[in-house]
Design a protein. Structure first.
Length: 283
């Protein structure tokens, strides 16, 4: 606990078994096999601000994905008509944002007794699950994730109520794009927010404030073995590099909010819906 408070992240190696990791991977293969995304809904996933606004920002498909299972693609895998230039299963960047609610395997993992027990050890009183994602980091093309803080996208009052659970479903190495962190960077607040744009704007979301330039030398790599769990404080600065290796780096991640005494920003892109209020982590 003291390490998590000091650094803003914590690695718990071997938290999930190889069998649990393999069950998530095989489940996602089935989901991809049945994937139907109309060409006009195919959006390329990016963490660069301008590309984000063009791709996800102009897309209702992204904005309304909070209570659904939807598909987002790597850069450069679609032609101008939205047709795939490479096999669709190799082109996918991530699936989000409600696997935890709609898929039995991911629901079971998210609400597993050991995750609930960990939540209690962390002192979470009323944690709710706000989103989940399956991230592929495809070999050779898995895009970089630029330095960011999760609270930029998942804003709460007060800050400090968001915690990410990031599960390595394969070994995450420096070669295939493991996470990098600036230890202790979760204590400085945030300088940028992604908010819903007013109706009539050219994009669905916009950024308020700006991301500072981070000193590259402050980042430390965090390789994690398959089955390892990384806890990520909502304000810790982290990134991952392009995957230029020949092996993928699959991960399942979900974010939890401590709902006790916390308000979820009405300006966040992600909003609970009548169909899917944020479910309690504790069952």
């Amino acid at each position: 606990l003291s390490q998590l408070h000091r650094d803003g992240f914590l690695v718990l190696e071997g938290f999930f078994s190889a069998e649990e990791c393999d069950s998530m991977r095989s489940q996602i293969q089935g989901i991809i096999a049945g994937m139907e995304v109309p060409p006009h809904c195919r959006t390329e996933f990016s963490t660069r601000e301008q590309e984000q606004l063009q791709a996800q920002g102009s897309s209702d498909y992204f904005l309304t994905s909070g209570d659904k299972i939807r598909f987002f693609f790597e850069k450069g895998v679609l032609d101008e008509k939205g047709n795939f230039l490479i096999p669709k299963e190799k082109s996918i960047s991530k699936i989000g944002h409600a696997l935890h609610a709609h898929d039995p395997v991911f629901k079971q993992i998210t609400h597993s007794s050991k995750v609930q027990e960990l939540g209690r050890k962390l002192g979470l009183e009323r944690p709710v699950v706000v989103q989940s994602m399956y991230i592929f980091k495809q070999p050779g093309i898995g895009g970089e994730v630029t330095p960011h803080q999760d609270a930029t996208f998942l804003h709460t009052e007060p800050l400090g109520r968001i915690l990410g659970f990031w599960i390595a479903l394969e070994d995450a190495t420096q070669e295939n794009g493991c996470l990098w962190f600036i230890p202790g960077s979760h204590t400085n607040g945030i300088t940028r927010r992604m908010v819903r744009a007013p109706s009539g704007a050219s994009t669905c979301v916009e950024f308020v404030g700006s991301e500072p330039a981070y000193d590259d030398s402050l980042f430390i790599p965090l390789p994690v073995k398959k089955g390892g769990l990384v806890l990520i404080h909502g304000e810790v600065v982290h990134k991952s590099e392009l995957n230029s290796s020949g092996s993928s780096r699959h991960a399942f991640t979900f974010h939890v909010m401590e709902a006790e005494g916390t308000s979820w920003s009405k300006e966040n892109w992600l909003q609970p819906t009548p169909e899917l209020p944020f479910p309690s982590l504790y069952t």
